[in-house]
Design a protein around this ligand. Structure first.
Ligand SMILES: Nc1ncnc2c1ncn2[C@@H]1O[C@H](COP(=O)(O)OP(=O)(O)OP(=O)(O)O)[C@@H](O)[C@H]1O
Length: 342
């Protein structure tokens, strides 16, 4: 669906200096995917997502949408592209002087739909899709933040785009409202087969709805892959620190020096990671029943990343070196990943 090749973007700052916001970005995003781009402030997230509908023009490189290089489009091509690509924003960008229904109607009018009855029916359909059927007559100032973002989503979907870009769409919302908006985005992705690309600085957002993720830092992609892999086995220091800040994965950031004083540790400290069905199987107890190794559970968690269950356990193993090695070999055989921490 989207292929980004050797993308570069430089800005000229007010003092005349060149700021390189994006350097050598290469990414592929499949049709129907929910793809997240995560990074700290100033990493280049907004610049990157805005190149996907040419709100920002790249300085070099290509952006292919369904095989077509959008950087070469003329104004007519650009107009057609903007119908195929919807966008929602952190601060909603609604027209405050217009009702909810008129906000949603506006992109339909702007793209030349002259049949008022057909437009009104489409607006009703969109209101129902985002759960706001009763609110069409209201003005944005009469809505909560979550409801405003629902209007933003309905407006972005009005022209039936294939791709939805979400620019920090839940950053201005409280955690509960964030979850309800993320659930709505996921429903829309599944119901309509819509491809979604989102940028965020919150791992929790990535973990809730994304299939794959790219981590951006200093204008470069430093890590990318399936969310389960990047979450449970982060490689780059930036990714590690973002995972560590994500509460639900506190186990992944367990620091033995703090939580369990090193001088008290008698055996081998290891972290086990289970992904998928093995999470709910008693594999560890079976292995330990036959092993000459004592195990102490220091920390543990069972949770899920999107639809994929996972478990993490922090264990101290006491026994002979060969016996511990045999336990690790058995774990490997059952696709339970182990990492020796100390
Ligand atoms: N119009 C501009 N002129 C000059 N520099 C810019 C401009 N827009 C962005 N930059 C710079 O480009 C870099 C990337 O900015 P960008 O807004 O894409 O990052 P971001 O990851 O979205 O950050 P945030 O999460 O804070 O919005 C930053 O160093 C920023 O200062």
């Amino acid at each position: 669906m989207i292929r980004i090749e050797n993308l570069r973007k430089t800005y000229r700052a007010a003092d005349g200096r060149e700021v390189e916001a994006l350097t050598d970005i290469n990414l592929e995003i499949g049709a129907g995917e929910v793809f997240g781009i995560i990074g700290r402030s100033g990493a280049g997230k907004s610049t990157l997502i805005r190149t996907l509908n040419l709100l920002e023009r790249p300085s070099a490189g290509r952006v292919l949408v369904d095989g077509e290089d959008i950087t070469t489009l003329d104004s007519e091509g650009l107009y057609a592209l903007r119908r195929r690509v919807g966008m929602i924003f952190q601060h909603f960008n609604l027209l405050n002087a217009k009702t909810v229904a008129d906000n949603i109607d506006w992109p339909l009018k702007a793209t030349g739909h002259t049949n008022a009855a057909a437009r009104a029916a489409r607006v009703q359909e969109l209101l129902a899709l985002v759960g706001l059927s009763e609110h069409g007559h209201k003005y944005p100032s009469q809505l909560s933040g979550g409801q405003k973002q629902r209007v933003g989503i309905a407006r972005a979907l009005a022209n039936r785009p294939q791709l939805l870009l979400c620019d920090e769409a839940t950053s201005a919302l409280d955690p509960e409202t964030t979850q309800s908006i993320l659930r709505l985005l996921l429903d829309i992705n599944r119901q309509l087969g819509l491809t979604i690309v989102l940028i965020t600085h919150e791992m929790q957002v990535i973990r809730t709805i994304c299939d794959r993720v790219a981590v951006i830092d200093g204008g470069r992609i430093v890590e990318s892959g399936k969310v389960v892999d990047v979450f449970l086995h982060p490689q780059h220091p930036v990714t590690r620190s973002m995972v560590a800040q994500s509460d639900a994965l506190a186990a992944a950031s367990f620091d033995p020096a703090h939580a369990y004083m090193s001088d008290k540790l008698r055996g081998t400290l290891a972290r086990l990671t289970y992904i998928g069905d093995v999470t709910y199987q008693p594999i560890l107890s079976r292995i330990m029943a036959g092993a000459k190794v004592q195990v102490t559970i220091l920390q543990g968690e069972v949770s899920s990343i999107k639809d994929v269950p996972f478990g993490q356990l922090l264990l101290e193993l006491e026994g002979g070196e060969d016996d511990i090695r045999a336990v690790f070999a058995e774990l490997d055989r059952h696709q339970i990943h182990h990492e020796v921490l100390q």
